[in-house]
Design a protein around this ligand. Structure first.
Ligand code: PNS
Length: 168
């Protein structure tokens, strides 16, 4: 087994379309566990995101600049290759409910097969945020529901701007 690196870098990957307070909670807790945490947005043309990768990374930077050991980036291709390129030895993922587990387990085991030296670490979502997902936030918002407290205020403003642009 390789020795523990003196400086542990973790990657927190995801779509972040957009970042929610659930993601934010995970970043905050992850930033205390690892020496450096890289929040990485997947560039995936097959999903139809509401926000472009550039908009999502911008939103993440607006919210996460207060954490000195947190960086924001984007990636395409295999996550483990992105981790190796950044000297990261940990992949951080959040689990909200048992329904997340199967998908997360599949990904973790596939990533372990691809790169056994990289460890996936799961953190339980905070109970306050365990029902939040980017998909539900977008759905509730587009139907006129109140999303205050579910996403950072700057993200809520972006959603308002996007909705009024889509309507005009
Ligand atoms: O927020 P999401 O959409 O649940 O994040 C999924 C993500 C980005 C973690 C996952 O799709 C991913 O890692 N994609 C990169 C492609 C890859 O490495 N696939 C093989 C291992 S599962």
């Amino acid at each position: 087994m390789p020795p523990k690196p003196p400086h542990v870098i973790a990657i927190y990957p995801g779509s972040f379309d957009p970042i929610t307070n659930g993601h934010l909670d995970l970043v905050e807790r992850g930033s205390r566990m690892f020496d450096k945490l890289i929040v990485s947005v997947l560039r995936n043309d097959t999903k139809k995101p509401l926000f472009s990768v550039e908009e999502r990374t911008e939103m993440l930077r607006e919210v996460l600049h207060v954490y000195p050991n947190v960086e924001v980036s984007s990636f395409e291709g295999l996550l483990v290759d992105h981790a190796v390129a950044n000297q990261a030895t940990v992949l951080l993922r959040g689990i909200r409910a048992i329904s997340d587990y199967e998908y997360e387990l599949q990904m973790a085991l596939m990533n372990r097969r691809l790169s056994p030296e990289i460890e996936t670490v799961f953190m339980m979502a905070h109970e306050t945020y365990s029902f939040i997902s980017s998909r539900l936030v977008k759905e509730v918002f587009s139907l006129g529901g109140n999303i205050t407290g579910l996403v950072p205020p700057s993200v809520e403003l972006r959603l308002h701007a996007r909705l009024s642009k889509n309507k005009s």
